[in-house]
Design a protein around this ligand. Structure first.
Ligand code: AMP
Length: 422
């Protein structure tokens, strides 16, 4: 008994991962179809990169001092002795693909989207998984603040179109290489003053990358961080103008937002604009989506000097908020009795399916009545009756399960009646 139990446990999904089962998956599909449609209208094209990349890619772009790289990567040595990582985020892969295929030389807009799984060895809890899914969009080669605002507006439209309410859009500027060092120094000094009140991690971050203190989840550190200096007072004229431009365009678009000076985002590569959409009613896992500008990332790992901006939205967190009702599936259930009828049922199912109609035939050898019962239980929209008489006549009975209306006819005529809209 105990060995049986342990074998079931071993066969359970890996901690922090989850199955998306029929019944739920329809909501995922509806959300995905809706966002893909929307991204298309803004000129984005899908770019599919591999799930695995060289570890170095994330160390160089996501940043060696980030929690993602230091604590959360699924990294392994492959049989060829290479260090490989299951991507914890998508932006570095897109940047790599651009450099590798020189997409920047094509002259086409560099607007890409992707939907797929990401992997982070994080402490699993509600809204935080080890395999989770992101909707990711990236724009490269566009410096103007109008594009930052357009992306935030697209995120806003995406949420509106999915019926998401109760969220707030936060924006900030995290400065650039010219202005951030002075801010980092001021932060380091402020953190140094309250060092004993900070967790060990933050004391370390104080030296390596003090901005990361704002990402700390420890309540005491969050409290201390509230009175730390804010980046706003340190922005250079270029970053200040850019941020003013972003806000001007956001106002033009009519997007509601709040400037949050402590928003720094957890990755190293951000420059200038950073933004997040957060749930107003949730605790720590409240970020539905987040993104920002990363003007130096591409050249930092040896690529061309092409700026970028994008966001990633967690699908699990998004789906918990959407009010999308997928339309119920309408399908034909074929009831049949006898050998000849079974063969005919198979043939008819093929004709119907090729004609675009979802059709289900089962072979459990039940009687007619019990097959009708099963069709009703499964929620079939129609039942197609194939008995010996029908086979002999070459005409079959189609019953509309909602209205009870029955129609007799040849397969092609019944199929055309189902193909007619309405
Ligand atoms: P980040 O790349 O950390 O800014 O994450 C972008 C978005 O992905 C977040 O706003 C979340 O919606 C989602 N996300 C990040 N990490 C996880 C996780 N471990 N589990 C579920 N969703 C996540």
């Amino acid at each position: 008994m105990s060995s049986e139990r342990s074998s079931v446990k071993e066969l359970a999904a890996v901690k922090g991962t989850h199955d998306i089962l029929p019944g739920e998956v329809e909501v995922w599909q509806a959300v995905e179809a809706s966002v893909v449609g929307m991204f298309g209208r803004y000129g984005y094209r899908e770019l599919r990169a591999p799930v695995i990349e060289h570890t170095e890619l994330f160390e160089k772009s996501t940043g060696e001092t980030t929690d993602v790289v230091q604590k959360e990567m699924y990294t392994f040595i492959d049989k060829g002795g290479r260090s490989i990582t299951l991507r914890p985020e998508y932006t570095p892969s897109v940047a790599r693909a651009i450099v590798e295929h020189r997409l920047d030389l094509l002259g086409t807009p560099m607007r890409y989207f992707y939907i797929g799984p990401m992997f982070r060895y994080d402490k699993p809890q509600k809204g935080r998984y080890r395999q989770f899914h992101q909707i990711d969009i990236e724009v490269f080669g566009e410096k103007d603040p109008a594009i930052d605002a357009e992306i935030i507006e697209m995120a806003d439209s995406m949420l509106v179109s999915l019926g998401v309410t109760g969220t707030e859009t936060l924006v900030n500027s995290v400065g650039c290489r010219a202005c951030r060092p002075a801010f980092s120094q001021a932060l380091r000094e402020a953190a140094g003053g309250v060092k004993d009140g900070l967790c060990g991690d933050c004391r370390r971050k104080m030296e390596t990358n003090p901005l990361r203190i704002f990402d700390c989840k420890v309540e005491a550190c969050r409290e201390q961080a509230k009175v730390f200096p804010q980046i706003t007072g340190f922005l250079c004229p270029e970053c200040r103008d850019h941020f003013a431009g972003v806000r001007r365009y956001l106002d033009l678009y009519g997007v509601a937002y709040r400037v949050e000076p402590n928003l720094v985002r957890g990755l190293d590569y951000y420059t200038k604009t950073a933004f997040e959409v957060v749930r107003l009613d949730a605790g720590q896992q409240n970020a539905v989506l987040g993104g920002g500008r990363y003007d130096d990332m591409m050249k930092d790992f040896g690529g061309p000097d092409v700026c970028g901006i994008g966001f990633a939205c967690g699908l699990e967190r998004l789906i918990a908020l959407v009010s999308v009702k997928p339309s119920p599936r309408r399908f034909v259930y074929v009831v049949h009795s006898g050998e000849a009828a079974r063969a005919k049922a198979v043939e008819l199912a093929r004709i119907f399916r090729r004609g675009g109609v979802e059709t289900l035939v089962e072979f459990a050898g039940r009687g007619f009545k019990s097959q009708f019962g099963r069709a009703a239980k499964l929620g079939a929209a129609w039942v197609l009756v194939v008995g010996e008489d029908e086979v002999a006549k070459g005409e079959f009975l189609l019953k509309d399960m909602a209205t009870g209306t029955q129609t007799s006819g040849k397969a092609e005529d019944l199929l055309s009646s189902l193909q007619r809209p309405g």
